[in-house]
Design a protein around this ligand. Structure first.
Ligand SMILES: Nc1ncnc2c1ncn2[C@@H]1O[C@H](COP(=O)(O)OP(=O)(O)OP(=O)(O)O)[C@@H](O)[C@H]1O
Ligand SMILES: [Mg+2]
Length: 358
C-alpha cells in the first residue's frame, strides 16, 4: 500500500484537484484507491460526488475515536468513479481542540493508526490536506510514505514551499520516518513568459524532486469538480485528463525509495559540499558530474539567492572523500565552472571542472 499525502500550506494550489483526479486515473487503470479527505472544507468529498452533510460518520469520528479504534472501514463510502472515500466534514475542524490535552506523540499518530487498522487492501491511499500545517496535516505527514507538493507556477508559491520542506525534514527527523517528497507544478499557463520562467526556476531549485508532469491550467478541471467527478469521467479528451493520466503513469513507474535503501550506510562518511554558479541571465542551472552519473541535478539540492543583479545557484552535494569531475548545464548548454581554475579536458573539447573532497 502506498500512502501519499498531498500537502502545501498555501491555499488554492491544486491539492484537492490532484487528489481527486489522480485517484480517478489510478482507479480507472484498475487500482484499488482510497481517498482520505483530511480537510474540514470537504472539497475532495464534494469533488468525488459525496455530500458531506449527508454522511452519518466522517473521519472526525474515527480520529477523535468516538466510534472505536479500528473504525476507519466503517466510514468509507464508495463513489461513482470507483474511488473509495473516507469523507470529511466541517466538524473535523474541532479535532485540534478535542485532542488538545493528549500528548503530541499519540495525537499526531491517529490517522496512521487508523490506516494500520484498514480491513480492505488498497494499492493507493491519497490524503488531501488542509491549507495549514496544524494537527490534521501532521497526522497526514506521519501516516504517509510519500508526499506530493503541488506548486502553482508563481514566484510566491516557491517561497512558501522552502519553509514547508524544512518542516517536513524536521518532522521526519523527530519521528525517524523517511518520506519521499516530490513537487508537482500546477496551474501552468505556458503562453505566458512569466509561467515559463517560473517553471524553469522550480526545476532549477528542486531538480529531480520534480515530476516531469506539469499540470496545465484547464477549465475542465474546475467544471469536473463542480460535477463531483474526476476529470477523466467528465472530459476524457481534455488537457486536464491527459496531465493527470500522465502523473498516474509517472507515479506508478517510480515507486518510492524503500526505507532499506534510505538507511543503507554509505561506504565512507559523506560531506556536504557547496558550489555556486552566478549569472543574471540564466533561467535554469543544473550540475552534472561523475557523482550523479552525469544526470543534471540528480541527487542534488539547490538554493537560489540573489546578489545584486546576479542570481546565484548554490548546489549542495553530499560527497564522500575523493576526486570528482563536473560541469554546469546552463539553459541546456554544458559549461565548465567559471570560478574553478582546476579543470581537465573532457569530451568534445569542453573542459570538466575538478572538485577534490578531503
Ligand atoms: N490545473 C488547473 N486548471 C484550472 N483550474 C484549476 C486547476 N487546478 C485547480 N484548479 C481550480 O483552482 C481552485 C483551487 O484548486 P484546489 O481546490 O485543488 O486547490 P487546493 O490546494 O486544494 O485549495 P485549498 O488549499 O483551499 O484546499 C479550484 O477551483 C480548482 O477547480
Ligand atoms: Mg483543497
Amino acid at each position: 500500500m502506498r500512502t501519499i499525502a498531498v500537502v502545501n500550506q498555501k491555499g488554492g494550489c491544486g491539492k484537492t484537484t490532484t487528489v481527486v483526479n489522480l485517484a480517478g486515473c489510478l482507479a480507472a487503470d484498475g487500482a484499488r484507491v482510497l481517498v482520505v479527505d483530511l480537510d474540514p472544507q470537504a472539497h475532495a468529498t464534494l469533488g468525488l460526488g459525496c455530500d458531506p452533510e449527508a454522511v452519518d460518520e466522517s473521519l472526525y469520528e474515527v480520529l477523535a475515536d468516538t466510534c472505536g479504534a479500528e473504525s476507519i472501514d466503517r466510514v468509507i463510502v464508495q463513489t461513482e468513479s470507483g474511488v473509495d472515500l473516507a469523507p470529511s466534514g466541517i466538524v473535523l475542524s474541532a479535532l485540534e481542540q478535542r485532542l488538545a490535552s493528549e500528548p503530541a506523540e499519540t495525537r499526531t499518530a491517529r490517522l496512521a493508526n487508523a490506516l494500520a487498522g484498514l480491513g480492505r487492501p488498497y494499492e493507493y491511499v491519497l490524503i488531501d490536506c488542509p491549507p495549514n500545517v496544524g494537527l490534521l496535516t501532521f497526522n497526514a505527514l506521519r501516516a504517509a510514505g510519500e508526499l506530493i507538493v503541488p506548486l502553482e507556477t508563481s514566484f510566491y508559491a516557491i517561497h512558501g514551499v522552502q519553509k514547508l520542506l524544512e518542516t517536513i525534514g524536521l518532522l521526519a527527523e523527530r519521528i525517524g520516518h523517511a518520506v519521499q517528497v516530490r513537487i508537482l507544478p500546477t496551474l501552468y499557463d505556458g503562453r505566458t513568459r512569466y509561467a515559463r520562467e517560473t517553471l524553469a526556476e522550480i526545476r532549477a531549485l528542486f531538480g529531480d524532486l520534480c515530476f516531469d508532469t506539469v499540470v496545465r491550467a484547464n477549465v475542465k478541471l474546475r467544471e469536473a469538480a463542480r460535477r463531483g467527478l474526476p476529470v477523466g469521467r467528465y472530459a476524457a479528451q481534455s488537457n486536464g485528463a491527459s496531465d493527470y493520466a500522465s502523473l498516474a503513469v509517472e507515479l506508478a513507474v517510480s515507486p518510492p525509495v524503500t526505507a532499506a535503501e534510505v538507511s543503507e550506510p554509505a561506504s565512507a562518511p559523506e560531506r556536504q559540499i557547496e558550489v555556486s554558479f552566478r549569472d543574471g541571465g540564466a533561467n535554469d542551472v543544473r550540475i552534472a558530474g561523475d557523482f550523479n552519473g552525469w544526470v543534471p541535478d540528480k541527487g542534488v539540492r539547490t538554493r537560489m539567492d540573489a546578489d545584486g543583479e546576479q542570481r546565484v545557484w548554490t548546489k549542495i552535494l553530499a560527497l564522500a572523500p575523493g576526486r570528482y569531475q563536473y560541469r554546469y548545464v546552463v539553459d541546456g548548454e554544458w559549461r565548465e565552472d567559471p570560478e574553478n581554475p582546476e579543470a581537465v579536458p573532457g569530451p568534445a573539447g569542453v573542459r570538466n571542472s575538478v572538485l577534490v573532497v578531503r
